[in-house]
Write a protein that binds this ligand. Structure first.
Ligand code: ZN
Length: 187
């Protein structure tokens, strides 16, 4: 089935879906997953985000039942690559249940062979229908790259995040880190 890739600047962290109350009955099964279309998955994530923003989440009400219902298998609908930020708990901001989404996290939400291999597992082996790359505002990794931060293994990570960010930080000297990236990416 056709996969879609979506990029969401978490500016619209007014995401949220409204599925029914979380219980074992809401856990995705093989049959439910096979019937899903990428557009439907994206719509579900966006609706969940709207619920989150509105303070009206409906999932995470019976995690024990979800754990038990997913114990013998998982059939997630999406794989989401996110930055490492404690303020953006992916399953929560999309109001997803246990077993609903794969989440890969690394500072700067960069991809490399390990991330791509994980996404291939999520989609080709486990059947996820949507690949999403989730960015967010006030990203410390982006700012660190623009500021040429040097610190242990973080130095190499920031270089991988996007060489343009670290090598062209003075093009927009009056802009914030996030603005620099957005404008640089258009060049
Ligand atoms: Zn970040």
């Amino acid at each position: 089935m056709k996969k879609q890739i979506a990029f969401l600047p978490l500016v619209a962290l007014g995401l949220c879906l409204g599925f029914s109350a979380a219980s074992a009955e809401t856990v995705l099964t093989s049959e439910k997953q096979k019937a899903l279309k990428p557009d439907e998955v994206l719509a579900d994530l966006m609706a969940g985000n709207k619920r989150f923003v509105d303070g009206a989440t409906t999932n995470h009400k019976n995690t024990k039942a979800e754990v038990e219902a997913t114990a013998k298998g998982q059939f997630p609908q999406a794989v989401i690559l996110s930055c490492l930020d404690s303020r953006v708990p992916v399953e929560l901001v999309f109001d997803q249940n246990i077993g609903d989404v794969f989440v890969a996290r690394v500072a700067g939400n960069i991809e490399n062979e390990d991330i791509l291999g994980s996404m291939e597992f999520a989609t080709k082996a486990a059947g996820a229908k949507l690949v999403m790359v989730l960015g967010h505002e006030a990203c410390g990794a982006v700012k660190g790259a623009c500021d040429h931060v040097k610190m242990g293994n973080l130095t190499a990570l920031l270089e991988k995040s996007n060489p343009q960010w670290t090598h062209r930080p003075r093009i927009f000297p009056k802009m914030s880190g996030t603005q620099k990236i957005r404008n640089s990416s258009k060049r």
